[in-house]
Write a protein that binds this ligand. Structure first.
Ligand code: ZN
Ligand code: ZN
Length: 327
């Protein structure tokens, strides 16, 4: 197999030939058709997340077909198309696993961070954490749903019953979630970098009722806001934009420091929350409804060997939507 390997944080990924791997008990091997590039991959490469399992193959928005099955796997079949998400394994016995909050597991493994991921031609995964995807849609179009879509879905659930929803940072996750929110009948307010007219146009083209700069106030107070950009300065801005009792949900795994803020921004029962990882139930709930939602993902494809270019373009905001690597 071939892979783009991170040997040391802060260094480019290295194109590497590796021996083919065999799935162990409870595992499957997937021949990868596409793997999305997520901002979390940037955080791993940049060393902003503690203790990656180096060397590591990043990538956790994997779509491919099962080409080998280890002992004890009975629910999946050879040739089946599956998606492999960020949550790669949980312990099943810690207090969080036992209270159906496996996203907070004390001993998890994360795809592309603490177990090898999808910037490769193949991956071995825990079969219990692979989602059957069916045959509708291309691998490239589905890949961004595996994290940008799924984490967005969980963030949307935590945002609660919020008819007027703000999205701060209009990248891969928000461009999917805006469509989901519209499908649910919500109004979407998109916040971008000041002066980013192209992204604001993109947001309006996906049904946003309003699009503007992150430091602007929306025309009406929001019921909830989700922050996707890893920028702590957005927290007080979003708190200012939500109504009394409104929620602000931080959906990223890493964020720059949140500046000091006056208590009056939190006063009147505004809530500030974070979203961590996903549960398998989130994945099943979201992916089962994807065919009805009519989500159109905007993707920019790169050959696997150009993973470093894709990461650089993501960092610089050089494309709308999501980058996807094709092996
Ligand atoms: Zn656990
Ligand atoms: Zn991700």
């Amino acid at each position: 197999m071939q892979a783009m390997v991170l040997n040391a944080v802060g260094h480019p990924l290295v194109w590497t030939e590796l021996p083919d791997r065999q799935p162990g008990a409870g595992e499957i091997r997937v021949k990868i058709g596409a793997c999305g590039v997520c901002r979390t991959d940037l955080h791993v490469v940049d060393g902003e997340l503690p203790q990656p399992q180096l060397p590591i193959i990043p990538g956790h928005e994997i779509v491919g077909r099962i080409d080998a099955i280890g002992p004890g796997v009975s629910t999946l079949v050879l040739g089946q198309r599956v998606g492999i998400p960020w949550l790669g394994h949980t312990c099943g016995v810690c207090p969080y696993c036992r209270m159906q909050r496996e996203n907070l597991c004390d001993r998890p493994l994360f795809t592309g961070y603490t177990r090898d991921g999808g910037f490769a031609s193949a991956v071995v995964a825990d079969a219990r954490f692979a989602f059957p995807l069916g045959e509708q849609g291309s691998d490239e179009a589905l890949a961004p749903l595996l994290c940008a879509g799924l984490i967005g879905w969980r963030a949307l659930a935590i945002a609660g019953d919020a008819p007027r929803l703000g999205l701060y940072g209009f990248g891969a996750a928000a461009h999917i979630l805006a469509q989901v929110a519209r499908w649910q009948g919500r109004s979407v307010f998109a916040f971008t970098r000041a002066g980013d007219a192209a992204t604001q146009r993109f947001a309006r083209s996906l049904g946003a009722a309003w699009a503007g700069a992150a430091d602007e106030l929306p025309p009406q107070p929001l019921d909830a806001a989700i922050i996707f950009a890893p920028v702590g300065e957005l927290v007080p801005l979003a708190l200012q934009a939500v109504r009394k009792g409104g929620r602000v949900v931080c959906a990223g795994i890493h964020m720059s420091d949140i500046p000091r803020l006056p208590y009056r921004l939190l006063w009147e029962e505004r809530q500030l929350l974070s979203v961590a990882n996903l549960t398998r139930q989130d994945g099943l709930d979201f992916l089962s409804q994807v065919p009805q939602m009519g989500i159109v993902t905007r993707t920019t494809a790169y050959p696997l060997q150009q993973a470093n270019q894709a990461l650089a373009d993501l960092r610089a905001g050089r494309f709308e939507g999501a980058a996807v690597l094709l092996p």
